[in-house]
Design a protein around this ligand. Structure first.
Ligand code: DUC
Ligand code: ZN
Ligand code: ZN
Length: 473
């Protein structure tokens, strides 16, 4: 019988005098939280609480929403490593649930959810991936919203593997997706260009990791992006191009949007901060940076910063894929760059890199940072405003951020569970001092303080942001 409890079991937290930062403004306020939900935001609130946090001098962000991750697909480590997300200020992850051949799409989602449940340290949701593009699977797209999935990815790359979808399949999937409000995502790289160039370079005796870049040139991404846009226009379907890495692809997306088509795009932390030179590191070190699309020359990095700043690309994901076995697994590609598995960890460092390289270097405002890191990702997948926002009624997923901290990214401080970080040695400014998931503190000063397994499956709504265009017409 505790006097300050309004009802038994109610947990109340008050964060006092922090600077609330959202995608549209910032202001000093108290945030009152009850049972995991933000109940009130105001000045000098008279609310009482069991937990009172004095946040003077701190910034309060909505917990990060990372809408691009691989916990299992492409050989990524599973959900027990999601403590890395929490430590890095990300409280919601959206994982890709790949379909196995012959298995219905929604069974793949349920199977992946079963792996996350009881293990994930942050809230989680899913995108579908079609890996068995036959007629019956297109009909199954309509079932995705029933299991809380509103996004579906198809691959234009990887011909000769289960990932690959030809144009006919993509068009059919888009037509079905348009009928039921599912947002189509594409991996836009021209598979034939890549296959021919891979064979050519290997035949010439070029085996090193940097040939991953040469065999996947910018034009392969540009062409596929333009083709995906043409297919989406044919299907009258919104399109969200993931992991945009080249200027010309970004420009194609911008051009389509300015012509009035609902075409949007995401880029990723590493395309904003690393260049092709990392792939050329000696002693096979370049393999650590092999991801697809590959890292690009500086010209593209600069164009992508301009694009996120001006709103031509909408969100920044991590494309987190901490390959089971780390660098040792990358060594499968010793002597043949085409056998280096794609993927790099990044969920823990997305906030630090985007803040330090973006806000601190004057490339984006704090508001744009929140938009790219939390608000837009939540909107794209249909989780907004429950996630990605600081407002009464939203989940109390919050980052209390110390802007004065200075440090350096070291893999030994990382929780992603492999032996390297692509951002090793990068100086960072600021860090999440405390991270709250639905009102409960889960991380402090870069450490996860548990308990593990309390992440909840979040059901995404169909007709999410990329469909807003249609409501205007
Ligand atoms: N696409 C991704 O999104 N991630 C890993 C590799 C790939 O092709
Ligand atoms: Zn991809
Ligand atoms: Zn990915």
């Amino acid at each position: 019988n505790v006097p300050f409890l309004e009802k038994e079991g109610t947990m109340r937290t008050l964060i006092r005098n922090g600077t609330v930062v959202t995608s549209v403004n910032e202001y000093e306020a108290d945030i009152y939280i009850e049972d995991g939900i933000i109940k009130e935001i105001g000045k000098n609130t008279s609310r009482d609480a069991e937990e009172i946090i004095h946040a003077e001098g701190k910034l309060i962000f909505p917990g990060g929403v990372d809408e691009h991750e691989h916990y299992g697909s492409f050989g990524g480590r599973l959900f027990e490593t999601t403590d890395a997300a929490a430590a890095g200020g990300t409280t919601t992850i959206v994982d890709f649930a790949p379909q196995e051949k012959g298995v219905p799409l929604i069974d793949a989602i349920k199977k992946q959810a079963a792996k996350a449940q009881g293990t994930a340290c942050v809230d989680f949701a899913f995108h579908g991936i079609i890996m068995d593009p036959k007629e019956s699977v297109f009909e199954e797209i309509a079932q995705l919203p029933e299991v809380g999935v509103s996004t579906l990815k198809l691959f234009m790359a990887y011909k000769g593997t289960d990932f690959y979808s030809d144009d006919e399949s993509i068009l059919k999937a888009m037509m079905k997706a348009r009928e039921c409000g599912v947002t189509m995502m594409v991996h836009a790289e021209n598979a034939d260009i890549i296959n021919v160039l891979q064979k050519k370079y290997l035949a010439e005796g070029h085996t090193e990791p940097v040939y991953h870049y040469y065999s996947r040139p910018p034009v392969a991404e540009e062409e596929a992006t333009k083709r995906a846009i043409a297919l989406a226009r044919t299907a009258d379907c919104p399109l969200y191009v993931v992991h945009v890495s080249v200027k010309e692809a970004m420009e194609a997306i911008r051009e389509a949007y300015t012509q009035g088509y609902p075409v949007f795009g995401e880029t990723c932390t590493h395309y904003l901060t690393l260049t092709t030179e990392y792939l050329a590191k000696p002693d096979f070190e370049g393999a650590k940076y092999v991801c697809a699309p590959p890292l690009r020359p500086q010209k593209h990095v600069d164009a992508l910063w301009e694009a996120v700043q001006k709103g031509w690309l909408q969100a920044v994901g991590s494309d987190h894929c901490a390959l089971e076995g780390g660098f040792e697994t990358k060594k499968r590609g010793l002597g043949d760059f085409t056998k280096i598995p794609n993927g790099c960890p990044g969920v823990q460092d997305r906030l630090a890199m985007l803040w330090t390289e973006g806000v601190c270097k004057g490339r984006i405002t704090r508001q744009k940072f929140i938009e790219l890191f939390a608000t837009m990702p939540a909107k794209v997948v249909g989780l907004y405003p429950q996630k990605g926002e600081i407002a009464a009624g939203s989940d109390a997923d919050l980052v209390i951020f110390d802007p004065d901290y200075e440090g350096v990214i070291r893999n030994e401080d990382s929780l992603h569970g492999i032996d390297y970080s692509p951002f090793e040695g990068f100086p960072v400014k600021g860090r999440p001092e405390q991270v709250y998931l639905r009102g409960k503190k889960i991380a402090e000063n870069g450490r996860f303080i548990g308990p593990k397994g309390e992440g909840k499956w979040q059901k995404c709504r169909p007709y999410a942001m990329c469909y807003d265009y249609f409501s205007l017409n």
